[in-house]
Design a protein around this ligand. Structure first.
Ligand code: SF4
Length: 425
């Protein structure tokens, strides 16, 4: 396995499959005809997906031989290809000669995503499988419109805003009930339920939509997994409304840390709330939701795409680690996702962040676990953290990286692995 050996030689302190996961996420894959991924019902990313061809509608996950679960999305320029062998094995290959790297297990593909409700609504437009998680997490996208795009102020990594027609969806309790019931029946497991969508300059109005959706989901009467509102940072009054609506977690993502990075990468958020205002909202939210129940995500690596912002990949990673430390010191749980260069995003033509960046970041992030006792949120487990490697590191090299709350037990067993039906898409 020369590829894995090469990773081991370059980054001897990190399991080679972890570096392979990061490389697969940041560079995407060519999916060939492999039976992998689920059609992503795209109410967003239309331009980018059209440019990439029909297989760009697919996203999902694959599982490496050691159990590492990897988010995959189509990138026709990727050196990696996933293919089905004549003996029906699924393999990962690389390069012009298709050198074998390893066998793969496909992530789940759920039949409910191709069904319709009684009202003929595609179920995959009611709930969406989230990031290929093997424990079956789902997302609901409300506010399928982002006002930041109107004047070209969208977040530079975001491809959602290139949607064909902007629309705000109205929740329908019957569709929710039927779809959620179908998901429980088939999957038996839902890792988490994330509410997400575009942004409005009127953040109270943005919060209104989240409340309406949560109310509709609760009216189904069906059990809910841990819920998270991924929304712009709200002022304390609106944060209290989220909590009263019984969201378990609020996720106010800073995405990048430094002020300069905010200006270059988050022009909409910089104008809407501003970095200082965002940080105040995060701190205030801890008083409402409690320590460890306010999340802040970083799009790890996108800050390296701004020329001249940092002198080295390691310096950029250190900036994000400073942001994570700031979060921890204030009772906020820091998360990260490996930056995926997405078709349709303003930064669609930028190079992915260097592997050296990630090697520095992930080691530093694991070290923070040993310093801060804050629990891993119940929305996270190894089976759904498909774009970050903290759970993989904790399990694969427990002595070095499974420290503090990163310890293996919760990460591996928190969400049950979803039952994968034989009736695939
Ligand atoms: S707030 Fe940023 S990430 Fe969210 S939809 Fe708008 S542009 Fe995209």
């Amino acid at each position: 396995m020369p590829k894995l050996d090469a990773f081991a030689a370059l980054y001897p302190g990190i399991p080679s499959s972890v570096m392979l996961k990061i490389d697969l996420v940041r560079r995407g894959v060519r999916l060939g005809d492999a039976p992998v991924g689920t059609r992503h019902y795209h109410h967003h990313d239309e331009r980018g997906q059209k440019a990439l061809g029909p297989r760009a509608h697919l996203q999902g996950s694959v599982v490496l031989p050691d159990g590492t679960t990897v988010f995959i999305a189509q990138n026709p320029a990727s050196p990696y290809v996933i293919q089905m062998e004549p003996d029906s094995r699924l393999t990962l290959r690389e390069g012009p000669h298709g050198e074998l790297i390893c066998d793969l297990t496909p992530g789940p593909r759920f039949a409910w995503t191709s069904r319709r409700t009684a009202q003929q609504t595609p179920m995959a437009s009611v709930f969406t499988p989230s990031l290929g998680g093997v424990c079956g997490p789902v997302a609901v996208f409300l506010l399928r419109h982002c006002e930041f795009a109107v004047d070209g102020e969208e977040c530079r990594f975001c491809s959602w805003v290139r949607m064909g027609k902007s629309q705000e969806m109205r929740p329908n309790v019957d569709d929710f009930r039927e779809t959620l019931d179908a998901i429980w029946q088939e999957q038996h497991s839902i890792g988490y339920l994330a509410f997400s969508g575009g942004s409005l300059f009127d953040r109270t109005k943005e919060a209104d939509a989240f409340l309406r959706y949560m109310e509709a989901v609760r009216h189904t009467g069906l059990p809910l997994p841990p819920t998270v509102a991924a929304i712009q940072a709200l002022d304390a009054k609106d944060t209290e409304r989220l909590r009263r609506a019984q969201f378990d977690y609020a996720c106010y993502s800073m995405e990048v840390w430094d002020e300069a990075a905010w200006q270059d990468i988050l022009p909409g958020k910089a104008r809407s709330v501003g970095r200082a205002g965002w940080m105040k909202c995060l701190v205030d939210a801890v008083d409402v939701f409690g320590e460890g129940h306010v999340l802040c995500n970083f799009v790890a690596g996108v800050e390296t795409a701004v020329p001249g912002l940092y002198p080295s990949p390691e310096a950029a990673a250190d900036a994000t680690l400073r942001g994570m430390r700031w979060c921890y010191e204030r009772g906020i749980y820091p998360k990260y996702a490996t930056w995926v260069v997405s078709g349709g995003a303003a930064f669609e033509d930028r190079e992915p962040a260097a592997l050296d960046y990630y090697a520095h970041l992930v080691v530093g992030r694991q070290a923070l676990y040993s310093e801060f006792p804050m629990s891993v949120p119940s929305t996270d487990c190894r089976h759904c953290l498909t774009q970050s490697v903290e759970a993989d590191l904790a399990l694969l090299d427990a002595g070095r990286y499974g420290v503090g709350p990163a310890a293996a037990f919760g990460q591996e067993q928190r969400h049950r692995v979803a039952h994968v039906g034989s009736d695939t898409i």
